[in-house]
Design a binder for this molecule. Structure first.
Ligand code: ADP
Length: 261
């Protein structure tokens, strides 16, 4: 009976060891998958600041623009901000690559001010696009705590989609900050683009998901943008919802709970 319980014990140990090793392996695999997803998405984001710097610099070489001295400072400010963002993007890629994880650096910001700045630069990037970009501030209770870099990257993913999945002559992009009826802060991003079918709506936040009809638009993408958006929203303890009607447009609604500010 002694040898029996001993062999039972060793079987138990082997089985436990096996499961612990297996669990660690799954965890490691998940981590490294997440790592490469984030790196893919963020590397993709390198385009935006670079494109914005190129446009700002082109403007600085344009004699007609240079005639007015007051045009210069805003353009050099854009180059300064976007170069800083480019540096953070590169640091972040290196950081995620070496540590395997995203560390949020949360601070308190005035959301309206951040969006003013972000949209100013975004407008410049879209200069050659026929776009109507508006910002409605429906609340001034706009204090929120978040990681500025990831919050900005997340919004840019949503903005880029609003422009990309839009075949209208005049593309509309409206951003609104408001308080909902519970006093929670919300950010709405609305477009008049191709919309998303109810079937696709269930999947848009999934990794690698791209609605089949986007091929009509001949758009490029990895299907990682909204997956990243969802991860960042979750990491902040916020929520995101999307309403859409095919050929009418879409709206993304981010809710920042009162308790989470
Ligand atoms: P990607 O743009 O690289 O395909 P995303 O994860 O950002 O990946 O988006 C997933 C899919 O959701 C897109 O391929 C597209 O089909 C759909 N989608 C996202 N945003 C919009 C939008 N504003 N309008 C219409 N379709 C959208």
């Amino acid at each position: 009976s002694m040898t029996f319980s001993l062999s039972l014990l060793s079987i138990l140990i082997v089985v436990t060891l096996f499961f612990v090793t297996f669990r660690n392996w799954v965890k490691q695999k998940k981590l490294s998958e997440m790592k490469s997803d984030f790196i893919n998405n963020i590397t993709h984001e390198l385009h935006t600041p670079l494109a914005t710097i190129i446009v700002a610099n082109k403007n600085l070489q344009n004699g007609r623009i240079l005639e007015r001295k007051e045009n210069i400072q805003p353009l050099t400010d854009v180059i300064q901000r976007q170069s800083e963002r480019l540096k953070i993007l590169i640091d972040e890629v290196l950081d995620i690559a070496s540590t395997n994880r995203i560390v949020l650096d949360k601070k308190e910001y005035r959301l309206n001010d951040l969006l003013d700045e972000l949209l100013l630069d975004y407008r410049l990037k879209l200069m050659d696009t026929n776009i109507e970009l508006v910002f409605h501030k429906e609340t001034d209770k706009d204090l929120a705590r978040f990681d500025k870099f990831h919050f900005t990257t997340m919004l840019l993913n949503i903005f880029d989609n609003a422009v990309k999945y839009n075949s209208n002559e005049i593309k509309k992009l409206a951003v609104t900050t408001r308080a909902d009826r519970h006093g929670d802060l919300q950010v709405l991003i609305q477009d008049n683009g191709i919309g998303i079918s109810s079937e696709d709506l269930k999947h848009v936040f999934e990794k690698f998901y791209r609605a089949p009809d986007q091929y009509k638009m001949q758009s490029k993408g990895l299907g990682l943008g909204l997956y990243y958006v969802r991860k960042i929203i979750d990491a902040h303890g916020w929520s995101i919802r999307v309403d859409s009607k095919p050929s009418k447009g879409s709206q993304f609604i981010i809710t920042i709970p009162h308790s989470n500010k």
